[in-house]
Design a protein around this ligand. Structure first.
Ligand code: T5A
Length: 223
């Protein structure tokens, strides 16, 4: 009898159902994820909302390790591997099972965040990240990515308004400029997956842009 096919190498059986929301600090992901959830509910779509790093008890523990301030400097490779360790667990326990039963997945960040933060922010090579992506993520990639974009200063001001800053939020301005540039570059390189949302606008206008992107997405996948 032949060995069963490994799920991580199987193509996404339900293309179109994996949506990620990305952006630098304070762009309004949390605020707008609520809007996206309401949109999916209005279409009677069965979905799960999840996040990275995190999404399972073990991956949430890794999230705490990653976001907590510590005196010991954190090696860039250690940070990168912990991100992918959390992602491996998240994919196996949550994302692949949901997609394989036809449930939509709405994820607050995914691998684009690693390219932006560890690649752009920390200046790790994209080849290194791509190798780990190949190993861990394989073909289970988002079909649609909403990239919320605001000038770095605006995002940081918004994030500061929420109170204590985590280990990433305490980085310098140029770190976040590199994060933003990397996100925008990725969006340019993959225009069929990314929708760049001008999130500097008042919330109602941001949500009009998101609604339009989602309406078009549904038109596209139903064709
Ligand atoms: N990370 C993550 C990596 O380094 N590598 C990886 O691979 C991954 C997956 C945690 C950190 O991990 C890093 C990146 C992060 O630093 P996170 O919890 O998703 O990830 O981090 P945050 O960016 O901090 O996410 P938040 O959910 O906390 O912030 P949001 O969602 O961007 O912002 P939100 O919605 O809380 O909004 C901020 C404030 O702005 C207001 C809101 O009311 C709120 O007060 N606001 C607006 N104000 C005016 N106009 C608008 N249009 C507004 N929209 C929102």
């Amino acid at each position: 009898m032949s060995a069963p096919e490994k799920t991580e190498n199987a193509p996404n059986a339900f293309p179109g159902k994996f949506i990620s929301v990305e952006g630098s600090e304070g762009v309004g992901k949390t605020t707008n994820l609520q809007f996206v959830q309401n949109y999916l509910k209005s279409r009677n779509i069965a979905f799960i909302l999840t996040r990275e790093p995190g999404g399972t008890p073990l991956a949430e523990e890794l999230r705490n390790l990653l976001l907590t301030h510590r005196e010991e400097p954190v090696s860039e490779d250690c940070e990168l591997l912990l991100m992918f360790a959390a992602r491996a667990q998240h994919l196996q326990q949550v994302i692949r099972p949901a997609l394989s039963e036809g449930t939509w997945v709405l994820s607050d960040r995914f691998t684009d965040a690693t390219y932006a933060y560890q690649g752009g922010g920390r200046s790790l090579s994209s080849e290194k990240i791509a190798n780990l992506e190949k190993l861990v993520v394989a073909s289970t990639k988002p079909d649609l990515t909403l990239l919320l974009d605001v000038p770095v200063e605006v995002g940081i001001d918004r994030a500061k308004g929420r109170g204590a800053l985590d280990r990433f939020e305490q980085e310098q301005l140029d770190f976040f400029e590199r994060v933003r540039r990397t996100y925008l570059l990725r969006a340019e390189q993959e225009p069929s997956r990314f929708r760049v949302i001008d999130a500097e606008q008042p919330l109602v206008e941001v949500q009009q842009q998101i609604q339009q992107a989602l309406d078009l997405w549904f038109e596209q996948i139903q064709r």
